[in-house]
Structures are given as C-alpha cells and as structure tokens.
Design a protein around this ligand. Structure first.
Ligand SMILES: *Cc1c(COP(=O)(O)O)cnc(C)c1O
Length: 407
C-alpha cells in the first residue's frame, strides 16, 4: 500500500530547504548531484564529535569501542538496506568513484590481452575512465553497449559484443544524465552465462528504489552516501564475498593488515582488507541515520511520489515551445534533462539561479552521452521526495521567462 507522503513534515526535517537564495525561496532541483541532509543526519554527526570521537578498531578504551560500535552498526544498516548476505561484503570507500576504482585497480590479474570489458554509452565518467585504464594496462578491448534515441541501452548490441572473453560488464543502474533505468537484471544474467563479472553503478538508483543485491545477483554494486541523504566523502562498495576474497588489496597500510614484519605482511579479513588507514568515521556514522530515515518513510512510497513529480514535470515542461527532453526511456527515474531551441543550457541555469531555482547544467560528467545526442549539454532538474509540484511550477515559469529573455 502506497501511503501519501506528508511533504510538509518531510520538508521540516531538512533545515537547508527553508531559506532564500537570491531573495527567492530556494527550490532545490540538483538532487542528482547531491541530496540535502535531514536533521537526524546532521545531529548524528555532531553527536559523534561531541561525545564519541575516537579512532576505530584500535583502542581498548571506551570511546574507541563506542566509535567502533557506531561505525560497524552503520555497516550492518547498509548490509540490510541492500540485502547483502554478510557485512564482510560491505566496504566503505570515499564514494562511488573510489568503489569503481578499487575494483578496476584490483582486476589486473583477472584480465589479459584478447579479453574484453563492456561498458555502456551512457555512463558517468567515473564508470568509464577506470575501465579504460584497466584495458590500457592489460591490453584488453573496451566494448560499448550503445543507446537508442530514447536513451535506452540496446540489448541486441549487448548480445553481439558479449562473449567468452568478456571479463567485466560495468553499467549504471540509472543514468545520471538521462534518468534511464537500465535492465541490469538481464545484463547480469546474460553476462554470468559467459562467466563475466558485473559491476553495477548504483549511485542514482539507491536514492530512488529498493535494492536487493542478492536478487540482482550483481558481483559488485556501488553507491555514494551523499546522494542518498548522507554525508559527502563516504561510499559503499558491495562485492560478493567470493570475489572480494579473490581480489588483492587496493591500498596498503594500517587497518588492512593481519601481521606485519619488516619484510612481509598478511592481510586482514574482509571487509577490513579493503579499508586501509583511518576511515571517514563521522561520515560512516552519518550514513546510518540517512538510510534509517528513508526506510522510515518507505522507499516504495518515495519512489511512487517521485514518479508523480516526474510525470508532472515532464508534462509541464513539454508545454514550453522548443523544449526537448533528452532521455525519454520508458523506465525512468525522477530526473529531467532538457534543451531549449535557441538557448544555451548554461544561460537558462544562470537565470533560474537568480529565481532561487538550483538545477545542474552542462554535461553531467557524461560527455559521451552529450556526444551521442549531439548537444553541448542539458539543463537537468532532478527531483527528491522533499520537492513539490508547486516547486515544479516555479521551475517551469522560470524556464519560460529565461527563454523569453534569451531568444
Ligand atoms: C554521482 C555519480 C557517480 C560518482 O559518484 P561520486 O559520489 O562523485 O563518487 C558515479 N555514477 C553515477 C551514475 C553518479 O550519478
């Protein structure tokens, strides 16, 4: 049963939303870049520094044990949130970018010349460049799943390029530039038939939908805390235990070792093998209340409401003369990328900012997507469950005004 969200109550939980920007009430539509933080997250991080601060996994003293407990409680919350089998499979990183780099760096021994790595034409740069570098180091070939005019990945192309020499398939769950929800279950099932590993970039899916990594059967799955109402500087890498045991460590130093002599060392057990050095403790501590918060509201209810915003925004924006939505996939997250004939996205973004409306403009760290659609960039409005239809009306009026000024 989908209940209606109490948006006023939700908005009251986010202090940053209640301010004016350039003399206008803030309308925050840049949730695809980062989300705002509810008071419970801010409070948890302040409480950590006010009461608990100590290094984790080290001291026998009380504060160190409390800090370790909070840190590991967050790992358990993440595990439960994405339904991983074990907390050994949850690695804390500094973000999706580092999670991808970790696996790509550690994958050298699993790829050789003549093998291939598959990515898609609608990836964030952070799910392109690490694989390009892996291919360059190993002599493997980089193959691309192309996208159709709606911004949907072409399954027949995937079927053609996937073969027994494919070692890794790395695709996003939801495109940050287009909003496309990709059929990752199908990619995963097909890739596994050829023995390839699959990495899912879930940076844009975790905030908008329920994730079950065991149902997906992904080998690796990554997301960033800051895009799901948690702090910046913290990310998650999920990896199947069997894979994480096979991969060599990513970085070396304290925390990730079992035993060190001056000549050689052995590695700590999972997950610590991949967590060298003092981690971003207060950030990890802040991720737990963020996930608890969205679970309390209900991820399904969030998704349903955000879908309403998507439909409303799409309908209203399309009434603007010359406006074209880039990314019209049948299955989409609550994100609208658009261009308007005779205007530049940057100019629209500047005028919207003067009206208090925060949108992203440009290539959204996805230059190949812009190349695919032969545009320099888009204006992107990405919605969260704390946004409202009234705010969308302000956006639409703002775009209309900008277009009049610019044409
Ligand atoms: C934001 C984003 C990333 C990178 O996340 P960081 O938090 O900057 O590391 C990767 N992929 C997608 C789809 C994203 O939206």
């Amino acid at each position: 049963m989908i209940k209606t969200l109490d948006i006023a109550a939700v908005r009251a939980d986010f202090p940053i939303l209640h301010q004016e920007v350039n003399g206008k009430p803030l309308v925050y539509f840049d949730n695809g870049a980062t989300t705002q933080k509810p008071q419970v997250v801010i409070d948890a991080m302040a409480a950590y520094y006010n009461k608990t601060n100590a290094n984790v996994h080290r001291g026998v003293h009380t504060l160190s044990q409390l800090a370790t407990d909070q840190f590991e409680a967050s790992r358990e919350t993440v595990r439960a949130h994405i339904n991983a089998a074990s907390t050994k499979e949850i690695i804390f990183t500094k973000g999706t970018t580092e999670s991808i780099n970790l696996v790509a760096q550690c994958f050298d021994g699993f790829v050789e010349k003549g093998d291939n790595i598959i990515i898609s034409a609608i990836e964030h740069h952070s799910n392109i460049v690490p694989w390009q570098m892996l291919a360059a180091r190993t002599g493997a070939e980089l193959r691309i799943i192309t996208a159709n005019n709606a911004g949907e990945l072409e399954m027949d192309v995937f079927d053609e390029i996937l073969d027994s020499r494919t070692k890794m398939v790395a695709v996003n769950h939801i495109s940050n530039a287009l909003g496309t929800l990709n059929p990752v279950e199908e990619f995963i099932a097909k890739a596994h038939k050829f023995g390839a590993a699959v990495f899912i970039d879930g940076a844009q899916s975790v905030p908008h939908m329920h994730i079950n990594v065991q149902d997906l059967d992904a080998d690796f799955f990554a997301f960033s805390a800051h895009k799901v109402y948690g702090p910046t500087g913290v990310g998650v890498l999920y990896g199947k235990e069997s894979w994480l045991n096979k991969l060599p460590p990513y970085q070396f130093g304290g925390e990730m070792i079992k035993e060190v002599t001056l000549q050689k060392s052995t590695w700590a057990d999972l997950p610590h093998k991949f967590e060298a050095g003092t981690p971003h403790i207060e950030g990890v501590v802040g991720l737990k209340p963020a996930l608890d918060y969205i679970n309390k509201i209900g991820v399904e209810d969030i998704a349903a409401y955000e879908h309403e915003l998507l439909e409303y925004g799409t309908e209203k924006l399309l009434q603007i003369d010359g406006l074209r939505i880039i990314g019209t996939a049948a299955k989409k997250a609550s994100l609208i990328s658009f261009v308007v004939d005779g205007t530049h996205p940057y100019d629209i973004g500047m005028i919207l900012d003067k009206l208090g409306v925060a949108v992203r403009t440009g290539h959204h760290c996805a230059q190949p997507v812009m190349a695919r659609f032969d545009i320099p960039g888009t204006v992107r409005a990405s919605f969260s469950f704390y946004n409202t239809k009234e705010e969308i009306d302000i956006l639409v009026a703002g775009v209309e005004r900008a277009v009049k000024m610019l044409r």
